[in-house]
Design a protein around this ligand. Structure first.
Ligand code: DGY
Length: 320
């Protein structure tokens, strides 16, 4: 039987590409550019399935123009906010994601951002790197100590739970806001807040770990920033869409929010140029899952889902 044709929209890690080539007739995006809507639509005419990243955007309009040949979209990401899942389901296209395998790597970046924002990592690095470190003083570069402080996790799913675990290593008191309360065995003593406002007013660091679903767009807006404890810190490893960036700038400029650690931005790639002037923001270019181990695991998980689909089984990570 002929191998199914698989369009791989980005250059994935070598072991992942090697396995894909073994089991599928692979069409590759050799120069790894971000494919336009027109290119995605054209690609659907030649492929039974596509293996995509969060950089490929499938709006309702794009989905309406996909060729009926395309039967499956396997995401190389846990987030699926770049896909109109309902439109894809209506078009009979099965969509999967890659949960679990990136939780550790993303939680590492959440801790890095938390520490970087709290301990003024950008300012310190800049001082040493640019040769403007001329003095040492007891009041120089004093930051915020996170040990023993309260961490509020917004979205206590897979990543949120690992962030909680790592933060416990810093003796942090864990609070969380979630759609529903978790069993005690998962809570492990964390305090549940049914209302986000209640969590924001009690914690020293807020970590966003929820999906960018329609109801979560600009979850952190001007009102919510005022509800945060004075001098607290925001960390975002989830999606830029969760944060009203102008409101964050106001909250940082007023000093109400002490600092922010951001791996995600409304505009990606590129980020928000206005953030560059604010030393209290510690930023990374959306690299939560960027380790060799995790990127291989994400690719293999996507291929597992494709294999299941083409052998007539329900893929483990079907999301629509
Ligand atoms: C994810 O998996 O959603 C990460 O943001 C990388 O795409």
């Amino acid at each position: 039987m002929a191998k199914p044709v698989l369009w791989v929209t980005r250059q994935l890690t070598d072991p992942v590409m090697a396995r894909a080539r073994l089991d599928y007739q692979v069409i590759e995006n050799r120069d790894d550019h971000v494919m336009t809507s027109e290119e995605l639509i054209r690609a659907s005419r030649d492929a039974d399935a596509m293996l995509i990243c969060h950089s490929e955007i499938y709006t309702k309009d794009v989905v309406a123009q996909l060729d009926p040949r395309l039967k499956m979209i396997a995401n190389h990401s846990v987030g699926t906010d770049h896909c109109d899942l309902q439109a894809l389901a209506d078009a009979g296209i099965c969509v999967t994601n890659t949960p679990d395998v990136l939780s550790d790597a993303t939680a590492e970046i959440a801790m890095l951002l938390m520490l970087g924002a709290a301990r003024r990592a950008y300012e310190g690095d800049h001082m040493v790197r640019t040769g403007i470190w001329h003095d040492w003083a007891p009041k120089m570069m004093n930051g915020f100590q996170i040990t023993g402080k309260r961490l509020g996790i917004v979205g206590m799913g897979r990543v949120g739970q690992v962030v909680a675990e790592r933060a416990r290593g810093f003796d942090m008191e864990i609070h969380y806001h979630n759609r529903s309360r978790l069993p005690a065995s998962v809570e492990k003593g964390a305090k549940f807040h049914s209302e986000l406002e209640s969590l924001l007013s009690e914690v020293d660091v807020v970590s966003l770990n929820c999906p960018a679903s329609a109801e979560n767009i600009n979850l952190m807006n001007a009102k919510r920033f005022t509800q945060m404890k004075a001098g607290s810190i925001l960390v975002n490893t989830a999606r830029g869409a969760l944060v009203d960036e102008d409101a964050l700038l106001d909250a940082l400029n007023s000093g109400h929010v002490r600092a922010a650690g951001l791996d995600c931005f409304k505009n990606e790639p590129g980020g928000n140029p206005s953030f560059s002037d604010i030393p209290q923001i510690f930023m990374l270019p959306h690299i939560g899952s960027a380790t060799d181990d995790t990127r291989a695991a994400m690719g293999f998980r996507a291929l597992d889902n494709l294999d299941a689909f083409f052998s007539g089984k329900e893929p483990r990570d079907k999301v629509n």
